[in-house]
Design a protein around this ligand. Structure first.
Ligand SMILES: Cc1ncc(COP(=O)(O)O)c(C=O)c1O
Length: 376
């Protein structure tokens, strides 16, 4: 029996990947840096309005560098979505700063600009050392970025984008990753383009890139041999992994259009069934459709866990949405602003398989099982 992994499309490596990696290997540029790394960063820079890019070993490393570039120091506060993957807040903790958690929208799991404003106003009124806000674009979509940007401007906060799940997403014609001062991408094994493990920092200007490059390479002085300017990190992506990413990037539009069709089919076929619900999309948003996410009405006979188990027995992987950060021991004591709407998305949400190579017949089988699962 074939297993339908939730996000994996096994042949997602573009034709030409093997050649690209072989070339990188044969050029003797195995480690650490080389032409494939430069070309990968240049490609990403072109995609993001020529913003300078530093490729990193992971999205989490890119987030850490983004916060350091924003000048986040111990005891600072940073606004962070309550509903996101833990790495968003881990990077804040690496800096010794405190995440201040902010709720989602009422009708979507994206960060609410309204709660962001409430949180910023209250922290300022209390005289807290609030410096920045991180917005995470979730599941290949994004929230109300103009409003989020406006709140950050109003309260003089550095805006950092966690665009780990959002390569190729656009809001109002602007790419995710170009709304903030700095942004992080992920090329982890489950992402729409993957280097197995990897990430990238999108900088607003060459100066940020130059400073970040030093930090990402053990703070080595670029001018003085074997001198280190301070404490640095080993965060730069290797040339070989960059070659993997470089070979896939030209297929980004293909992945997006495949996944768009998959997403539309799920919406069309499952909204007919009582209990399955999908998030409305603003006309301003161009998703990358990384994952199809939906939620089950509170009164369905089967719970999301039962539906997941039912699909799993048929070899189909599906997943819950993120557990809110307040629920993790490391962040349980952090200040929180909102109505705990993230709890609802966690309790009722699901991700369905969206691998770019999913065929119509395979998807029809998944949909039939999803329909049946609610009656299980
Ligand atoms: C929202 C979000 N932020 C950060 C990360 C961390 O990226 P990485 O796994 O490349 O470190 C991920 C996922 O992998 C993510 O989904």
């Amino acid at each position: 029996m074939k297993t339908y992994r939730i996000w994996l499309s096994p042949p997602s490596l573009a034709e030409g990947t093997t050649e690209a990696v072989a070339q990188a290997l044969m050029s003797n540029w195995i480690a650490p840096h080389g032409p494939a790394l430069d070309a990968f960063e240049d490609y990403l820079a072109r995609l993001h309005g020529q913003r300078p890019v530093v490729a990193t070993v992971s999205g989490t490393a890119a987030l850490h560098l983004a916060l350091l570039a924003a000048g986040i120091e111990p005891h600072d506060e940073v606004l962070v979505p309550d509903f996101t993957y833990a790495a968003t807040a881990h990077a804040v903790a690496y800096c010794g700063a405190t995440p201040v958690l902010v709720d989602t929208e009422d009708d979507s799991p994206q960060l609410s600009p309204d709660w962001l404003r409430v949180a910023a106003a209250d922290r300022r009124a209390k005289g807290r050392p609030l410096k920045a806000a991180v917005v995470a674009h979730l599941y290949g979509r994004a929230g109300r970025m103009p409003e989020i940007q406006a709140v950050c401007q109003e309260y003089s906060l550095t805006l950092i984008e966690d665009a780990a799940e959002a390569l190729g997403v656009q809001v109002a014609g602007c790419h995710a990753g170009t709304w903030g001062h700095v942004a992080a991408l992920s090329f982890n094994g489950n992402k729409i383009i993957t280097t197995g493990g990897g990430g990238a920092l999108i900088c607003q200007n060459p100066d940020t890139k130059a400073r970040t490059l030093i930090l990402a390479q053990q703070a080595r002085d670029p001018l003085l041999p074997w001198a280190h300017l301070g404490i640095g990190y080993n965060y730069r992506l290797s040339n070989v992994l960059a070659a993997l990413g470089l070979a896939q990037l030209p297929r980004l539009d293909w992945h997006i259009s495949q996944r768009k069709n998959i997403d539309l089919r799920y919406r069309k076929t499952l909204t007919e069934v009582d209990g399955w619900n999908f998030f409305d999309e603003s006309p301003d948003l161009q998703p990358n459709y990384w994952l199809t996410t939906c939620w089950l009405s509170p009164d369905t006979e089967a719970s999301p866990d039962q539906v997941i188990a039912y699909l799993n027995r048929a070899g189909i992987e599906s997943r819950r949405l993120w557990r809110p950060l307040r629920e993790h021991p490391s962040f349980a004591g952090c200040p929180f602003y909102g109505r705990r709407r993230g709890d609802f998305w966690f309790a009722r949400g699901l991700c369905l398989p969206t691998g770019s190579d999913l065929t119509d017949a395979e998807q029809a089988e998944i949909v039939a099982l999803c329909r049946a699962a609610l009656r299980c």
